[in-house]
Design a protein around this ligand. Structure first.
Ligand code: FAD
Ligand code: UDP
Length: 386
């Protein structure tokens, strides 16, 4: 009945499904265990009529025009440049740390001298990961690095990962490098913003295609069996392709042990005032147990709201308990090696594809995920056409 089965309706699954259905003319079943589509990008109105992001604040940003054009078929955008501040004592400091931040934490003369030095060493407009800045031979540069390390990275990273910046993979803190510029933007991508009427509406349009059937509230685990190089769907041999975007360890009954993840507890609060913090995101980099507060109306740019809703993010170690969601893969050699063992099991099934942040045990932004899903679908279509 179906040519392809896609497990999961996040950005990975929904993009792949649309492409297979539309350009491959394949009949696609999308199976989703939650009662909604969109994966972690899902948004909805809360009981006060305020648009919230249930699984954490999401901003679309990309430099990949193909991705922007693809998603723009399913939504128009409220475009803006995202900015973040860190609350350090009484100050709100621009993050990523940049030359504006420098002038706020050092006296005028010192800041000017340090600015010249940073520009001289790294060049205006460039970016330096904190772990690299800390290794600079110049003592004054290292003193800036120490300030940034202590006040921006150390405690936030301890909260987020339960480990110090030295202990986690350098690519993680490298996502927020020190910027040798006066740009307060959190991202540098030319396209930034949120879908005008929300991410969920965008996903509904993407999945609205005569060749796509969506089945919600159904765990693929109950229907899918991988056995002796053959795939069974509902007990019947399935010879089409399966794109699987769920957790790979669970697919194989965690036979080699669980892949470690960090999870988040989102605490939503509503206030009957026009604003809580006057901006979208404040990172708490030296105090509090939560990492950041997002005030949704400044993120979604929703007009005419009654009051305001915020969310605080409390990280914790994922324990696979009822209701817990694995959000962030903990990338290190040991965990990657464990993942590889699972991947090898999946590789025994040539028409079975692992795609997405869970199935690939990787961190992906929405745009990189969309691109990967588009490419995979094209590969599958081309293979079928040969
Ligand atoms: P998911 O969105 O997790 O989708 C997977 C889907 O598969 C889920 O709906 C799940 O229910 C379903 N599923 C899993 N197992 C099964 C099963 N057995 N049967 C049926 N269904 C199943 N990226 C950005 O670009 N910008 C941001 O601002 C941003 N903010 C983020 C904030 C947070 C807190 C987090 C954690 C991530 C953020 N991201 C952001 C990353 C973004 O969430 C991911 O790129 C994106 O969600 C990956 O999509 P996915 O389809 O791989 O996974
Ligand atoms: N980070 C930090 N302080 C900040 C912002 C980020 O220490 O104010 C570190 C932290 O380790 C975080 C990583 O940089 O996990 C990547 O930050 P990013 O904002 O990309 O995280 P995400 O979007 O995944 O929450």
């Amino acid at each position: 009945m179906y040519d392809s089965i896609v497990v999961g309706s996040g950005i990975a699954g929904s993009t792949a499904a649309r492409k297979l259905a539309e350009h491959g003319n394949r009949k696609v079943l999308v199976i989703e265990k939650r009662n909604h589509v969109g994966g972690n990008c899902y948004d909805c109105l809360d009981e006060h009529g305020i648009m919230i992001h249930k699984y954490g604040p999401h901003i679309f940003h990309t430099g990949i025009k193909e991705v922007y054009d693809f998603l723009s078929r399913f939504t128009t955008w409220t475009e803006f440049r995202h900015e973040v501040v860190a609350k350090v004592g009484k100050q709100l400091l621009p993050v990523p740390f940049n030359l504006n931040t420098l002038s706020m934490v050092f006296t005028k003369d010192v800041a000017k001298k340090l600015e010249e030095k940073l520009i001289d060493i790294y060049g205006y407009g460039n970016k330096v990961p904190i772990m690299e800045l800390r290794k600079n031979k110049d003592e004054e540069v290292r003193s800036i690095a120490e300030f940034v390390y202590e006040n921006i990275f150390l405690k936030y990273t301890m909260k987020q990962w339960g480990q110090t910046p030295e202990e986690i993979s350098p690519e993680v803190t490298g996502r927020v490098p020190i910027s040798i510029s006066h740009d307060n933007g959190y991202f540098t991508d030319p396209y930034q913003g949120v879908p005008d009427d929300g991410f969920s509406a965008m996903f509904h349009r993407m999945l609205d295609h005569p060749n796509i059937t969506v089945l919600l509230g159904t765990d693929a685990k109950k229907r899918l069996k991988l056995e002796k190089q053959q795939i069974f769907w509902n007990g019947t041999l399935f010879t089409g392709e399966i794109i699987y975007t769920g957790a790979v360890d669970e697919l194989f009954d965690v036979c080699f042990g669980r892949l470690p993840y960090r999870s988040l507890d989102f605490k939503f609060e509503h206030y009957g005032e026009p604003s809580y913090q006057d901006r979208s995101v404040v990172n708490y980099t030296v105090s509090e147990d939560f990492t950041r507060i997002t005030e949704f109306k400044f993120l979604t740019r929703q007009k005419k709201t009654n009051g305001t809703t915020i969310v605080k993010e409390y990280p914790f170690a994922y324990g696979a308990k009822e209701g817990e969601i694995p959000y962030y893969a903990i990338l290190n050699d040991e965990n990657r090696a464990l993942y590889e063992r699972y991947r090898e099991l999946a590789n025994a099934y040539p028409q079975f594809y692992l795609l997405g942040r869970l199935a690939e045990y990787q961190y992906y932004n929405i745009d990189a995920m969309t691109k990967k899903a588009l490419d995979l679908a094209v590969d599958i279509i081309e293979e079928k056409n040969q």
